[in-house]
Design a binder for this molecule. Structure first.
Ligand code: KG4
Ligand code: ZN
Length: 339
């Protein structure tokens, strides 16, 4: 069979990224231009600045992706682009660029769901991973527990009722003075702290056993910090970070294990920015081993936003016959499984 090479573009938040992926699993190039340093000045992503930066960077990033993969647009079989969910102005930059290339070079276009991209990141380094499997998607904007029934076919078991897991990391990090983005910083300082030092709550929702809620935990951390301030006590940043991180990972692991047991699933993957968290990876690995469940996770660079994961997802959509036309638009609140 002829090789299929996909040029993938991702611009849904604060990374401008392009990648060339062969046959869905082989990454020929993976270029990421991060805007983190810029947004750090404001303590979070500023949508207007993100859109402007994407426009400045996107051509350069695509050219570099093609160059590093040693291909030209004439070698590309399809263009995959994230069209939602995400920041509308940021998404539009990638979508407009992908449509322009598709039109000019007459290359098929495939719109990709960002979360489907995160899940598909697992295919890249785990050549043996095939559906069905369960996947915990934990990013800055999303927390979903899903079963991947087949390529591109998902059943959502649970989702967050309020904050996403990554959002909780970012908000708590800000409160304890670690700055943006909070996830990697909490991960680092938590290594010096005691995860059992402070008893933060683990939220469970009785009528929806796979759903998550992190806003109560975030409030509990803020209350703890205020309580210490009023008593004139100094807080231990490593202990707060470690105890908060443990409260998040306990719930993520517990819900995931509940699902694999309930549905007799033998493979569990994790995806999204928070999937690079070292404590979560260790706890999930241990819980899976105990139950004889195979555990899969992407390398950290493929957990946070990148275009290689969009290329992997676009490949499986492409071979299923999914095509987008020039009416493709950005859909900021696109739901998983919808087109
Ligand atoms: O998937 P992603 O790059 O963007 C979204 O689609 O949202 O995820 C970004 C999120 C941020 O909230 C960031 O703080 C979190 O992932 N994150 C982490 C770690 N690395 C990134 N959270 C916990 N531990 C980490 N090591
Ligand atoms: Zn993402």
């Amino acid at each position: 069979m002829k090789d299929i090479k996909i040029l993938a573009i991702e611009s849904s938040c604060d990374e401008t990224a392009a990648s060339v992926v062969k046959n869905g699993r082989e990454v020929l190039s993976n270029i990421i231009s991060s805007q983190i340093a810029l947004h750090t000045l404001y303590g979070g992503v500023v949508p207007e600045i993100a859109s402007r930066k994407h426009i400045e960077k996107i051509n350069q990033v695509i050219e570099q992706a093609l160059r590093e993969a040693e291909v030209t647009l004439d070698d590309i079989d399809a263009i995959g682009v994230t069209y939602g969910p995400g920041l509308v102005g940021a998404l539009l930059v990638g979508v407009a660029e992908a449509k322009a290339i598709s039109y000019a070079k007459n290359i098929p276009l495939v719109g990709v769901h960002h979360i489907e991209g995160h899940i598909s990141a697992n295919y890249i380094e785990n050549k043996d991973l095939e559906p069905p499997f369960a996947c915990l998607v934990v990013s800055g904007g999303h927390t979903h527990l899903v079963t991947v029934k087949d390529y591109g076919t998902y059943e959502i078991l649970g989702r967050t009722r309020d904050d996403a897991a990554g959002e909780a990391f970012d908000k708590v990090a800000r409160a304890i003075g670690l700055g943006y983005p909070g996830g990697p910083k909490i991960d680092r300082v938590a290594k010096e702290g005691n995860p059992d030092a402070i008893a933060f709550p683990r939220a469970r929702i009785a009528e929806a056993e796979y759903d998550f809620s992190f806003s109560g935990l975030k409030s509990a951390v803020l209350n703890y910090i205020n309580g210490c301030k009023m008593k004139g006590e100094e807080i231990s940043v490593p202990d707060v970070a470690a105890s908060f991180q443990k409260a998040v990972t306990d719930v993520l692991v517990e819900h995931s294990m509940h699902a694999v047991e309930e549905f007799g699933i033998k493979k569990l993957a994790i995806a999204g920015g928070v999937a690079s968290n070292s404590a979560l990876r260790a706890a999930m690995q241990e819980a899976c081993e105990k139950r004889g469940v195979a555990f899969y996770h992407p390398s950290p660079v493929l957990c946070t936003d990148n275009a290689a994961m969009i290329g992997a997802a676009a490949y499986y959509e492409f071979i299923r016959g999914t095509r987008s036309d020039l009416s493709l638009n950005a859909v900021p609140n696109l739901k998983l499984g919808e087109r």
